[in-house]
Design a protein around this ligand. Structure first.
Ligand code: ADP
Ligand code: MG
Length: 277
């Protein structure tokens, strides 16, 4: 296997923790020596600002890369504190949806662009917008797998079916590599009985596709973006940060990649559940 593992963090609902998961998983992976690129595919640019970059002052953005006016190597930037690179986004990206329709290989623009920097990374994490749009399609066409953050709410399972269907279609028609890597329970509050029940339902339905790590609701994760840092960097001792560090370790274990600085006496990898394409 060569080149980076490329994962989309996707869920067509907004506010479910996609961006928080992207930047904290990236920081967690970087902390154990993995080389990571975050691609911000959301015109809101929250992964960009949450990584400490000013989205209005980007020399070039993912928009320019998708439209082919800038190369990705020149457009990426280093997050000042978080230890990974970012291909940033801002409002401009909203226009790409329309402009891309005219362009050749419109759903493969990101996939094609990433080839240029593939040797530089172990992981590429794509923060998707809250839609199943052409932008998200670019993410899904470029990726080996999808990580789905979700809150354990009553309608969680129902909302999942559109995403699962889209992933199936992309797998069948555009990208044979694509699979769901796993569902990540986020903003979890164990005191709420309903959340416990939905969590159990998820495990019953999806088995090993539900990550063992659970991300608790934790205010430090919500405060960190205003300091331009992932929670993992902003307050490493917080419960939320520690959960994302554990999640990064779980990802590395699942993929069979040795962490450069194995940090913990982690439970054994769950056999037969690697993400091999
Ligand atoms: P999305 O990218 O799916 O729209 P975000 O990651 O931006 O979702 O999260 C939505 C809001 O919830 C943000 O204000 C974020 O700071 C907050 N948030 C995300 N995860 C947590 C968590 N585990 N605990 C507390 N707040 C969280
Ligand atoms: Mg977001």
């Amino acid at each position: 296997m060569s080149g980076p593992r490329i994962f989309c963090i996707a869920n067509q609902k907004g506010g479910v923790g996609k961006t928080t998961t992207t930047v904290n998983l990236a920081a967690g992976l970087a902390a154990v020596g993995q080389r990571v690129l975050v691609v911000d595919l959301d015109p809101q640019g929250n992964a960009t600002t949450g990584s400490g970059l000013a989205k209005r002052e980007l020399p070039a953005s993912v928009y320019d890369v998708l439209l082919g006016t800038h190369g990705i190597a020149a457009a990426r930037q280093r997050s000042p504190h978080a230890g990974y690179d970012v291909l940033g986004a801002n409002r401009e990206l909203a226009g790409a949806e329309v402009e891309l329709v005219e362009i050749d290989r419109r759903e493969r623009r990101l996939r094609d662009a990433l080839r240029e920097v593939a040797p530089d990374y172990d992981f590429v994490l794509v923060d998707c917008p809250p839609s199943l749009s052409l932008l998200t399609l670019n993410g899904l066409c470029a990726a080996h797998g999808v990580i789905v953050p979700m809150q354990c709410e009553y309608f969680a399972l129902e909302g999942l079916s559109d995403l699962v269907n889209t992933i199936r279609q992309v797998h069948a028609n555009l990208n044979r590599d694509l699979e769901i890597i796993g569902l990540l329970r986020v903003m979890f509050d164990p005191r709420i009985t309903l959340q416990q029940q939905v969590s159990e339902q998820l495990q019953a339905h999806f088995g090993d596709k539900v990550f063992a790590t659970v991300i608790p609701r934790n205010v430090r994760l919500a405060e960190a973006p205003s300091y331009g840092q992932p929670g993992v960097v902003f307050d490493p001792a917080s419960k939320g940060a520690q959960a994302y560090v554990a999640f990064a370790a779980e990802m590395v274990r699942r993929l069979g990649r040795p962490a450069a600085a194995g940090p913990e006496g982690a439970p054994p990898a769950r056999a037969g559940n690697t993400a091999a394409a």
